[in-house]
Ligand binder design. Structure first.
Ligand SMILES: NC(=O)c1ccc[n+]([C@@H]2O[C@H](COP(=O)([O-])OP(=O)(O)OC[C@H]3O[C@@H](n4cnc5c(N)ncnc54)[C@H](OP(=O)(O)O)[C@@H]3O)[C@@H](O)[C@H]2O)c1
Length: 283
C-alpha cells in the first residue's frame, strides 16, 4: 500500500515521518513543496502518475493565521485551490484523500465541544480558506476524510510550544492570553490517528459510510496561558508568567474564544484511544 504525504517538511509531515517504523506494510512517499506544489494541477497529476498512491495525506497548507489577513490570495491558492487539485487527482486515481483542517472554522461562540455537525463560521481568512478547502473536497471526491484538529505542537517546525521555549530563553517574564480555550494536540498523536484511519480502513470493503469529517485533538481543555504554564512546568523553567485577556494582545486575525472539539465520533468509528493533553506534552 502506497501512502503519499504532501507538505512533507512541515510540522505534521515530519511527525508522520517519525512514526513510519510503526507501519511496515505501508510504502510512504514524502513530497515536500518543491517536489509537489499542490496549487499546480499538472504537478499533482504527474506525481500521482509516478507513485500511484492508494491514500494521500494532505499535510500541506498555508498556516500563517495572521499573515493570511494580508495574503488572502496565497492562502486561497494553497488551502482552497490546492485542496481542490488534490481531490480531483485523487478522484482520477481512485485514491482516498485524508485532509487536515482546523478548529478555526468555528467562531468560538459555543460553550460546549464542537461536534462534526456544528455549523462552521470562520472569523478570519485562514479559517475561511480552510473551510472552503473542506467544501471543495466534499464537492469533488466522496472518498475523503477531513480531520479537524487544534493547537498542534511538537518538536518539529514552528509551533506555540517552541515559541514559548524560545521566548523563555530570551526573557524573564511573559504574558499569555487566558481567555481563549481549546485543546493542544501532539502532532505525533495526529500522525498516528491518520495512519490508524488508513490501517483500519484498508482493506475493509464497503466502508464508504466512514468517509466524512472527523474531529481529533488530545483530551481535556485549557487556555493558552495554561498551556504555556504546563510547558514551563514540564521543562523546569522558572519564568514570571502573566495571564492577560485577548484585548491586551490584539492580532490581525480574530481567534475563536472557545474551540474544544468533540472527539466521540472518531473514537467510536475507529476505536481510537486519546490521551490527555498534559500527558502527551510530557512526551
Ligand atoms: N499548527 C496548528 O496549530 C494547526 C492547528 C489546526 C489545524 N492545523 C492544520 O494541520 C495541517 C498541518 O499543519 P502544520 O502545523 O504541519 O503546518 P506547517 O508546519 O506550516 O506545514 C505546512 C507545510 O505545507 C507546505 N506547503 C505550503 N504551500 C504548499 C504548496 N503549494 N504545495 C505543497 N506544500 C505546501 C509547506 O512547505 P514549505 O515550507 O516548503 O512552504 C509546509 O511544509 C494544516 O492543514 C493545518 O491547517 C494546524
Amino acid at each position: 500500500m502506497v501512502v503519499l504525504v504532501t507538505g512533507a517538511n512541515g510540522q505534521l509531515g515530519q511527525a508522520i515521518r517519525s512514526v513510519v517504523g510503526n507501519y511496515p506494510s505501508i510504502d510512504f512517499v514524502f513530497c515536500s513543496s518543491s517536489e509537489l506544489n499542490i496549487t499546480d494541477s499538472s504537478n499533482c497529476e504527474s506525481v500521482f502518475e509516478k507513485y500511484k498512491p492508494q491514500f494521500c495525506i494532505n499535510a500541506a497548507a498555508y498556516t500563517a493565521v495572521d499573515k493570511a489577513e494580508t495574503e488572502s490570495e496565497k492562502a486561497y491558492a494553497i488551502n482552497v485551490t490546492g485542496a481542490q487539485n488534490l481531490a480531483s487527482v485523487c478522484k482520477a486515481h481512485n485514491t482516498v484523500l485524508l485532509h487536515v483542517s482546523t478548529d478555526f472554522v468555528f467562531d468560538g461562540i459555543a460553550n460546549q465541544p464542537y461536534s462534526e455537525g456544528a455549523v462552521p463560521n470562520p472569523t478570519g481568512v485562514y479559517g475561511i480558506t480552510k473551510l472552503q478547502g473542506e467544501q471543495a473536497i466534499q464537492n469533488t471526491w466522496e472518498k475523503h476524510f477531513i480531520i479537524r484538529t487544534s493547537w498542534v505542537y511538537s518538536q518539529f517546525a514552528n509551533n506555540f510550544m517552541k515559541t514559548m521555549l524560545r521566548l523563555a530563553s530570551e526573557r524573564d517574564s511573559l504574558s499569555v492570553v487566558s481567555d481563549q480555550i481549546g485543546t493542544p494536540t501532539n502532532a505525533v498523536d495526529l500522525a498516528e490517528c491518520l495512519l490508524t484511519i488508513i490501517s483500519t480502513q484498508h482493506p475493509i470493503p464497503n466502508t464508504q459510510y466512514r468517509y466524512g469529517i472527523y474531529n481529533f485533538s488530545n483530551e481535556g481543555q485549557c487556555s493558552w496561558y495554561d498551556f504555556a504554564k504546563e510547558i514551563f512546568k514540564v521543562n523546569n523553567i522558572s519564568i514570571n508568567l502573566q495571564a492577560i485577556p485577548t484585548t491586551s494582545y490584539p492580532t490581525p486575525a480574530k481567534r475563536p474564544a472557545y474551540s474544544v472539539l468533540d472527539k466521540s465520533k472518531i473514537k467510536k468509528v475507529f476505536g481510537i484511544t486519546i490521551s490527555n493533553w498534559q500527558e502527551q506534552l510530557k512526551k
